[in-house]
Write a protein that binds this ligand. Structure first.
Ligand code: AKB
Length: 317
């Protein structure tokens, strides 16, 4: 059996940082090559093999794949929803062409397996909002959502036509204490914890009642590793799987924080990201992921809030 040798592209980002640590525990430090456009996270850079790489440069990726005899690529580099609206052309270029590069490497037989993250952003204003199904109306209205939906179509196409083993999850908003989010609409749910501890107050750029699907990072990493380790015959969906853990609005997370910090207050000043949030589902039906490859989440709003506050308090000491 061939040894698994991993390349993570975008290893210094919010998910990449935690994924790098977990994959190094699973496959061994030397077997996980982290890479990013710059040395943006010192922990990732110093904790094992690291390469500076541009996700838009096919030759650089191919070279790394050959030199390190890579079997599995996790393509985590992307512009998220907020940033993508400010730079549509670059977002489209990065989000699509980096995907084509790894799909084409797999098509050429140079790598065996790809993980590519999709998002709840593939849904749009015409999608039923509650308990959004795996198969439903999908008319994304953001640059990021359009790129993720197109990416899903290409993943399924490369699987069906060329036999490429590409696996994908539609991540909800992800919340973690050890890595910062970058340019997303759901970022408020991370910022709020930092401000609750430092200032005891938070001004939310999302309005009080806007409910979005969310997940604690440990669950997201567990799901990512689990889908990559699933037997190919168990995977029935080759575009991307719906994935869910919890759904809440800013007023709900504020109330959860107030149980630990009673003096905490929240105010609301919605900005351009409110429109993005309004176009996304409030909750997600992930029964296909649960049935096909045994996905289940561990963290809900209460347990996640406690873990976030405990860990951030330790960091601040
Ligand atoms: C974002 O807010 O852009 C991301 C996402 C839901 O994909 N966190």
């Amino acid at each position: 059996m061939t040894r698994t040798k991993v390349l993570i592209i975008g290893a210094c980002g919010q998910i990449g940082t935690e994924l790098t640590h977990s994959l190094r525990e699973v496959y061994g430090t030397e077997n996980v090559i982290a890479s990013d456009i710059r040395k943006l996270n010192i922990d990732v850079v110093n904790s094992g093999p690291f390469e500076v790489i541009n996700a838009l440069d096919f030759n650089q990726i191919e070279h790394l794949v050959e030199v390190h005899e890579i079997t599995d690529v996790y393509l985590m580099a992307a512009l998220l929803s907020g940033t993508a609206e400010k730079n549509p052309a670059f977002a489209w270029d990065l989000n699509m062409n980096s995907l084509f590069h790894v799909l084409n490497l797999a098509k050429a037989g140079k790598i065996k397996k790809i993980f590519w993250p999709s998002s709840i952003a593939v849904f749009g204003p015409t999608t039923p909002k509650e308990n959004t199904q795996q198969y439903t109306i999908m008319e994304p209205s953001t640059v990021y959502g359009i790129s993720k939906q197109a990416g899903e179509r290409w993943c399924e196409y490369y699987h069906n036509i060329f036999g490429v083993d590409v696996r994908s999850i539609r991540y909800p908003g992800l919340i973690s204490w050890s890595s910062a989010p970058g340019g997303g609409t759901t970022d408020y749910a991370v910022d709020i914890f930092h401000k609750a501890l430092s200032d005891k107050t938070y001004e939310s750029f999302i309005s009080s009642e806007t409910k979005m699907p969310m997940m604690y990072m440990d669950d997201a990493i567990a799901a990512t590793i689990k889908i990559m380790q699933a037997a190919p015959e168990d995977l029935k969906i080759h575009s991307s799987y719906n994935l869910a853990a919890m759904s809440f609005a800013p007023k709900d997370i504020a109330a959860a924080i107030q149980k630990h910090i009673p003096e905490f207050t929240i105010t609301y000043k919605p900005d351009f990201r409110q429109k993005i949030a309004d176009s996304w589902p409030s909750s997600i039906d992930d029964s296909n992921a649960r049935a096909d490859w045994g996905w289940k989440h561990d963290f809900d709003l209460e347990t996640m809030t406690k873990v976030m506050l405990d860990n951030l308090k330790k960091l601040q000491k």
